[in-house]
Write a protein that binds this ligand. Structure first.
Ligand SMILES: Cc1cc2nc3c(=O)[nH]c(=O)nc-3n(C[C@H](O)[C@H](O)[C@H](O)COP(=O)(O)OP(=O)(O)OC[C@H]3O[C@@H](n4cnc5c(N)ncnc54)[C@H](O)[C@@H]3O)c2cc1C
Length: 342
């Protein structure tokens, strides 16, 4: 697969890169190891208000992500989710990027818009190696809820994801057991009330205060050993699927291995084009640093807008970089599918 700009991270800055690149006629491929676009906004604070997006007095973080997705709709781009970029190798004046799932993409421009690094699901610390069940019987996020219909699903966790999916999977016909280490939840009170009501009506099972001790099975889950933290009794239960919603860890991850000039955990860039010390690799948004850097969304928007100009020259060497106001440029209107009669 080939692309003009390979963007690592589909947070707000990665998403806006698609717009600025699209205006110049460049195609982006975005890769994010989360299961949805939006980075920190979507993952950490979707319902919180943002007040400092220029011209937008108020938006929740999720509304901001939705608006960015709407803004880039006119442009063709690829969005690869649930994949982490692990390595990048130089091939002449191009780069080849490889993900943990084995996808390879060739590109003249890599934009690292990786924020605070990749978000990795927190896994339980168990004696048995349960990796053969991961992605088949054990999940940390849900892509297709229909696979859980008529199945026995055990959910671990005490936050919004655990509560929301308990309700949602019960609705699609799964036999759900929610297990948490204490009898209090961190999620939205409304959803917790709903979960407790479903438990009272025996539409789901609620097991507290329990923690997981072990899992056995290779192809399928044979049994799950639980410990009651009050009584210290151990019980074994069965499940077709296990979902762990223990939250996410932020890890700089493979970025450390890419031999880029770092300052602490941030990538050093120049402020002319936001390029790193490697030709064709740019760093934009929270992941970069330079004198005066602020970790704000609007800073990232500015940075990626300038970086895209440089990326254009690497795709079309010697060509003049087209500049136009979105208000009046007929070419830009055409790219946006806008007609003045609208
Ligand atoms: C609680 C909170 C409130 C905030 N409020 C505001 C505010 O009011 N105004 C404001 O301007 N800013 C605010 N911020 C900061 C703002 O969210 C960040 O500046 C912004 O999210 C940075 O965007 P980004 O695209 O650079 O990175 P991120 O949003 O961090 O996105 C980076 C993405 O890259 C992915 N990634 C990383 N490494 C890899 C890899 N190797 N492979 C694949 N994917 C990878 C990550 O999974 C992530 O999805 C707030 C932050 C927090 C936590």
């Amino acid at each position: 697969m080939k692309t003009d700009i390979l963007v690592i991270g589909a947070g707000p800055v990665g998403l806006f890169t698609v717009f600025e690149a699209g205006i110049l006629g460049l195609k982006c491929t975005l890769i994010d190891n989360l299961d949805k676009p939006g980075g920190q906004c979507a993952e950490l604070y979707p319902d919180k208000p943002i007040f400092d997006i220029p011209g937008v007095p108020y938006q929740t973080a999720q509304e901001h992500v939705d608006a960015l997705l709407k803004q880039i709709e006119p442009f063709e781009y690829d969005l690869m989710l649930n994949e982490r970029v692990d390595s990048m190798i130089k091939k002449g004046d191009r780069w080849e990027v490889t993900t943990n799932k084995g996808s390879t993409i060739e590109t003249p421009n890599i934009f690292i818009a990786a924020g605070a690094g990749s978000f990795e699901p927190i896994k339980p610390n168990l004696e048995s190696d349960f990796s053969s069940l991961e992605g088949k019987k054990i999940f940390y996020s849900i892509k297709d809820k229909t696979i859980f219909k008529d199945k026995n699903v055990v959910i671990f966790g005490g936050g919004d994801s655990a509560l929301d999916w308990t309700v949602e999977l019960q609705k699609v016909g799964a036999e759900v057991t929610l297990i948490h280490r204490r009898d209090a939840f961190r999620g939205a009170p409304d959803t917790e009330m709903n979960v407790r009501k479903l438990s009272d009506e025996q539409k789901i099972k609620l097991l507290t205060p329990f923690i997981i001790k072990d899992i056995s099975g290779n192809e399928n889950i044979d049994s799950i050993k639980l410990l009651n933290t009050d009584s210290k009794d151990e019980i074994d239960i069965k499940a077709d699927y296990i979902l762990f919603f223990y939250g996410l860890n932020k890890k700089l991850g493979p970025i450390i291995d890419w031999n880029l000039e770092l300052s602490g955990k941030k990538i050093q860039v120049n402020t002319e084009s936001f390029k790193t010390d490697k030709e064709g690799i740019f760093a934009v948004g929270d992941i970069n640093t330079y004198p005066g850097k602020l970790n704000l969304i609007l800073s990232g928007f500015h940075e990626t807008t300038l970086a895209v100009q440089k990326a254009f020259s690497r795709v079309h060497p010697g060509e003049r970089i087209p500049f136009g106001y979105t208000t009046s440029s007929k070419q830009i209107h055409k790219k946006l599918g806008y007609s003045e009669k609208q």
